[in-house]
Structures are given as C-alpha cells and as structure tokens.
Design a binder for this molecule. Structure first.
Ligand code: NAI
Ligand code: MG
Length: 357
C-alpha cells in the first residue's frame, strides 16, 4: 500500500535530516518488493515562510494536513524569529490541533557510540520517555503586563493546566506500553511537593491507574531526583511518564546520556487516530551547525522507524533499526558522536546497510 506522508522540514538542520530520512525510507520501500511505498508531499513552512508571509504555516495548513497518513517533521526555529513565535506557530499548533497527546521518546545505547554513561558500570540503557503533549506547563495559559506598573515593574503569569482526563490517558498509555516491554515498569515523574495542585492530581491519577495494573512495577519520583537517577541508575528505568515540561527536559538528558541529542527519535501520537500523528527528531534546528552537512540524521531516521511502526510495519521498523546499528557499529559517525562522517556519508551507509540486510 502507498502511504501519503506530509514532510515539513522547516528550519536549519531540520531540512538536512528530513532529506536524509526520506532517502532512507524510500530506499527501504523500494526494497520491499512493492509491499509498501511513500507518496510524499513537502510543505515549505517555517521561519523563511514567516519572513515572506507573516505566518509560520499556511492559514489552511491544518486542513491540508489532516488527511495524510502521517507527518514527517524536521525542526522549527531560527534566530530571525523569536522562538516562542516559531514553536507555537508551527510545531505546537500541529501537536495541539491534532490532539497528539502522547509524545513517545525512546532512549537506548547504540553499538559503536561512546556514551558518557558507559564510563560508569552500566551496560544497559533502554527506556521510553512518555511525554504528556497537550497540556501541563505548555498549555499556553497566562499573560504579560499584569501589574499595570509599566517598565521595571512588569508581572507575567505562566500557568499549567492539568485535567484528570489528560493525566489519565497518558498514564494509561504508559502502562499499555510497559506491558509490551521486557521490563514491565512505569516511573511517574512530578514535582508535587512544590506544585501542589496539578501535580498532586497527576500523582493521584497515577496511583489509581497503577492499581488497575498489578502486573506492572511502579514508582513515583520527583523530577529533581529523577534527573539524578537518569545519570546514576539508568538500568532501573523502563517507561518514564511525565508532564510536558518535565519530560521535555528529561528526554534531552536521556538522549545526551545515550551519546547525542542527534540520535533521539520521537513520535507525537494521536492514539485514537482521528488525526495524523507526527514523527520528528527530538533535537532543534541547530543553527550552530546548519547548512554544512554536519547534522546527525539518525534521530530523524529513527523517527521514521517509529512512523513505520505506527503505519503497521513493525518488521520494516526493525530492519531500519538494524541498519542504524550496523552503521554506528562500523564507526560511521557524525561530529556530535566524535566522528568525521557527513550527513550524506551516514545516509549512504544506512542505505547500503539496508541493501545488505
Ligand atoms: P538544538 O537541539 O537545535 O541544538 C542543541 C545542540 O545539539 C547544538 O549544539 C546542536 O549543534 C546539537 N545538535 C542538535 N541536533 C543535532 C544533530 N542532528 N546532529 C548533530 N548535532 C546536533 O537546540 P537549541 O540550540 O536549543 O535550539 C535551536 C533552535 O531549535 C531554537 O530555535 C529552538 O527553539 C528550536 N527547537 C526546536 C525543536 C523542535 O522543532 N522540535 C526542539 C528544540 C529546539
Ligand atoms: Mg526539547
């Protein structure tokens, strides 16, 4: 079957890694004996589009995206546009409008990659961070200039929103995911000692959902302690579920521990499948290296593997993972991993590894 995919490379290295990911995914499809194919449509939205039009995406953009089988996204943000405008105008607009409430971010070691954690006595690292992706700290609630006092006396409020339905659905999602894994464990992360309303609600919902899953081991950990645990006892983790902001921070930490932010993949899922889900590397547009062929494409390619799973092609996703492992094991690494390979070198190596498999 042919899947219709909307590609939104957007800004900076987003363009380089989406091009790489598309090439690898097309190579995989081309080698499937006609089992599946991709029909891509690329949208030119992002900060350059904003400079021309004053909006980050077309006014009817959501309407144009809504019937695709999936969205393959690069990264948004460029120094010419304030980050809160670019992020809200494109990525968060899509996530929130399409109710992509579960953001899944796997973290694991790859062969041939030297991780800061491997220096410790740790041989295993295999987690999935599940991020609440529709509310919490990124609900966009608040305002500026609330004191009316003018310059120097400004007061700004940034509120978090926690709904029982929102907490419960993402926590249940985490438990369902844990049941598919070797280690059936869910760690819930909040800061409910200091944030006494929303996060206490989250903790209560977590305890209730945990009671429905006696076969799954659980723990509730404060986010400061969890950030230490990520570094010191990573082998104790399997599925980690947290609110929007906390999981955003923890997943960057997790991917750095696995070797580089450039490796980390993610899926923004609308689990009900009423709207398309969106697959994107965790990293941003990396203006410091953009346009020079230096970006690590593995985060974007891994996001393509998550897309294949979502499209019902888990064997193809596994094939892609094996190609990624063969490439890193062969020492074909970009600069962020201490290597000298370019984005194109890694892309070619991935395609060669697929051809051999
Ligand atoms: P960033 O993720 O773009 O970069 C952080 C560091 O990681 C940089 O040193 C960069 O060179 C490196 N890096 C990132 N991706 C890499 C890759 N594929 N290969 C090799 N190295 C890589 O985060 P930063 O600098 O905080 O943000 C830059 C822009 O990206 C901002 O405009 C920000 O708002 C935006 N951003 C967008 C995200 C998204 O679209 N989902 C997520 C995070 C940031
Ligand atoms: Mg982030």
């Amino acid at each position: 079957r042919t899947f219709r995919i909307a590609a939104i490379p957007a800004d900076g290295v987003g363009r380089e890694v989406v091009a790489a990911g598309r090439a690898v995914l097309d190579a995989l499809a081309g080698d499937s004996g006609g089992a599946f194919a991709f029909d891509w449509e690329e949208f030119p939205w992002g900060c350059e589009y904003y400079a021309r039009t004053g909006t980050m995406m077309a006014d009817d953009g959501l309407e144009r995206l809504k019937d695709f089988d999936a969205i393959y996204f690069g990264a948004v943000g460029w120094p010419t546009v304030p980050d809160h405008i670019s992020l809200w105008g494109l990525r968060l607009r899509i996530c929130q409008s399409f109710d992509q409430w579960a953001n899944v971010r796997p973290v694991h070691f790859l062969p041939g990659v030297v991780s800061p954690l491997r220096k410790a006595d740790t041989t295993e690292l295999d987690w999935v961070v599940v991020r609440e992706n529709s509310e919490g700290e990124y609900a966009g609630l608040g305002g500026r200039n609330l004191s009316g006092r003018g310059p120097g006396g400004e007061v700004a409020v940034q509120s978090s929103l926690f709904t029982e339905v929102g907490c419960e659905r993402v926590i249940r999602f985490a438990f369902d995911l844990a049941r598919t894994r070797d280690r059936r464990k869910v760690s819930s992360v909040t800061k409910s000692n200091a944030q006494q309303y929303g996060m206490v609600l989250w903790d209560e919902v977590f305890r209730r959902v945990a009671a429905d899953h006696p076969d799954v081991e659980t723990e509730s950990v404060l986010v400061d302690a969890m950030s230490a645990k990520f570094v010191l006892r990573p082998e104790e983790l399997s599925v980690v579920v947290a609110s929007n902001l906390n999981a955003d921070i923890l997943s960057d930490l997790g991917s750095a521990l696995a070797g580089s932010l450039g490796l980390a993949a993610s899926a923004n899922l609308n689990p009900e499948r009423r709207f398309p889900s969106m697959f994107e590397p965790v990293h941003g547009s990396a203006p410091d290296i953009a346009g020079r062929g230096l970006a690590n494409p593995i985060g974007a390619v891994g996001s393509g593997a998550l897309m294949l799973e979502h499209l019902g092609l888990p064997d193809q996703a596994a094939r892609l993972h094996r190609a990624i492992e063969a490439t890193t094991a062969a020492g074909i690494l970009t600069g962020d991993l201490g290597g000298t390979a370019s984005t194109d070198d890694v892309t070619k190596a991935l395609i060669d590894a697929l051809a051999r498999s």
